[in-house]
Each structure stands twice: as structure tokens, then as C-alpha cells.
Design a protein around this ligand. Structure first.
Ligand SMILES: *[C@@H]1O[C@H](CO)[C@@H](O)[C@H](O)[C@H]1NC(C)=O
Ligand SMILES: *[C@@H]1O[C@H](CO)[C@@H](O)[C@H](O)[C@H]1NC(C)=O
Ligand SMILES: *[C@@H]1O[C@H](CO)[C@@H](O)[C@H](O)[C@H]1NC(C)=O
Length: 213
């Protein structure tokens, strides 16, 4: 049985709890995509890979939608994911992001009125907008350690072959043992499966219309 629980609290795109690795040292200096094209970045993204030490939450089938707010000042973020356990659950999280400058650096905002909410920098370091993106976030947790998160996202459920070389190069400094390929298999990500089925039906309908003309 698939149950859908919508989390009311304003959460972000990529909650820190979803995948963080603690390491010794200071946060690396990320270089966000220069001259970032905001409108091209918006839309649907599927998570392909995630930096993750413990699989506590064990979320898969992560799918994120970025949509410009009406006044253009913020980006609404809607994230859907599934916990693939014996009885799979779908979780939906909402939050928002603000751009800091014309680069791919965004600030992700948890519920601002919640005193325990945190704000964190989120860097899109690589993207071709239509195929893949690589995003990172980091926080110096104390004087000796930092907590880093990283994601590889794709416009489709798998990375386009043309993106493999650049993605592999850009992610090679992360320990592959911590960089989990998350599940986007249509057979297990059933809501996506329904969507795929819907597009097949739509395609068939379009083909039928074409043939009838
Ligand atoms: C934000 O947090 C406050 C305090 O915890 C809560 O009352 C409020 O409902 C939250 N807002 C949203 C949109 O979740
Ligand atoms: C962003 O991309 C859109 C669509 O390709 C294009 O029309 C627009 O000029 C671009 N904006 C910038 C600032 O490059
Ligand atoms: C700093 O944080 C790391 C990781 O959370 C922890 O293992 C370490 O004990 C902390 N050091 C101090 C001095 O608090």
C-alpha cells in the first residue's frame, strides 16, 4: 500500500538530514556556475546520486520541482521521495530558495519563522540545464569538521550518456562508497511509474490523432 504523507513544515529541496557526510577540515570553496540561467534551471529534476554516509532515511525516487514564485523573488521547491520499505511511503516536502547573486549559488530556507530553522548555501556547480546538474552544500560544524552534501540530478530517470564524462570528472573527489546511486527504477518508484504510463497513453493518443488525420 502506498500512503502519501505531506509534511507541513516548510522544508527545503534537500534537507541536510537526507544526506550528509562529516569530514575533517574546512568546507571546500565551491565555484557555482557563472552567469547562471535561472529560467533554464527551473522545472523537474530526478535525483541520480547522493552523498550519504548513513542511510537512515533511505529515501529513493527523489524528484524535485523548482518553480518561480509569482513575483520572481523566490523559487518554490517541491520535493517528492519514497521510503522503500515493506510498505513504501511517499513523502512530500516544500520549501523555497533565493538566489544570492547571478551565479548558481542559492540560499535554501527552512521555515523562517521557526527559531530552529536553518539557512544554508546551496551551490549548483555544474549543469547543462537540459541533462544534468551537480549541487553541493557544506557547513563547518565545528573547528575541526565540516558536513558536506552533494547531489547529481538529471532531467530524466537516468543520466544522459553525453553527461557521464563530465559528471564522473566533477564527482571523482567524493568517496564512491559514500556517493549512493539512488533508486529511480519505474518498477519501484510507482508514482513515477504511473506518470510514465500516463505519458505512454498520451503518446498513443497523439499517434492515433496523427494517423486519423
Ligand atoms: C513555521 O514554523 C512555525 C513555528 O514552528 C509554525 O508555527 C509555522 O506553522 C511554520 N510555517 C509553515 C509554513 O510550516
Ligand atoms: C536563459 O535562457 C533562456 C532560454 O534559453 C534565454 O531566452 C535567456 O536569454 C537566457 N538568459 C540569460 C540571462 O542568459
Ligand atoms: C566536531 O564534529 C565532529 C563531527 O560531528 C565530531 O566527531 C567531533 O567530535 C567534533 N569535535 C568537537 C571538538 O566538538
Amino acid at each position: 500500500m502506498l500512503s502519501i504523507s505531506v509534511i507541513g513544515a516548510v522544508l527545503v529541496i534537500v534537507p541536510v538530514a537526507l544526506g550528509t557526510v562529516h569530514m575533517e577540515g574546512r568546507c571546500p570553496n565551491y565555484i557555482p556556475v557563472p552567469n547562471f540561467n535561472r529560467s533554464q534551471f527551473l522545472g523537474e529534476w530526478y535525483e541520480i546520486q547522493r552523498l550519504e554516509l548513513d542511510e537512515l532515511l533511505n529515501a529513493d525516487c527523489v524528484h524535485v520541482n523548482y518553480a518561480m514564485n509569482v513575483d520572481g523573488s523566490t523559487v518554490n521547491v517541491r520535493q517528492r521521495m519514497q521510503i522503500l520499505e515493506n510498505s513504501p511511503r511517499t513523502i512530500e516536502k516544500r520549501g523555497y530558495a533565493r538566489y544570492i547573486d547571478p551565479t548558481g549559488r542559492l540560499v535554501m530556507i527552512y521555515n523562517e519563522t521557526d527559531p530552529t530553522a536553518s539557512i544554508f548555501d546551496y551551490y549548483i556547480t555544474h549543469t547543462d540545464y537540459h541533462g544534468y546538474l551537480i549541487a553541493t552544500s557544506c557547513e563547518n560544524v565545528n573547528n575541526t569538521h565540516y558536513a558536506e552534501s552533494a547531489w547529481v540530478m538529471s532531467r530524466g530517470r537516468t543520466l544522459p550518456p553525453s553527461a557521464l564524462t563530465v559528471v564522473n570528472q566533477a564527482t571523482q573527489h567524493w568517496n564512491p562508497a559514500y556517493f549512493r546511486h539512488t533508486n529511480q527504477d519505474t518498477r519501484v518508484c510507482s508514482s513515477s511509474h504511473k506518470m510514465a504510463l500516463a505519458s505512454i497513453i498520451l503518446l498513443m493518443a497523439l499517434l492515433t490523432i496523427l494517423f486519423l488525420r
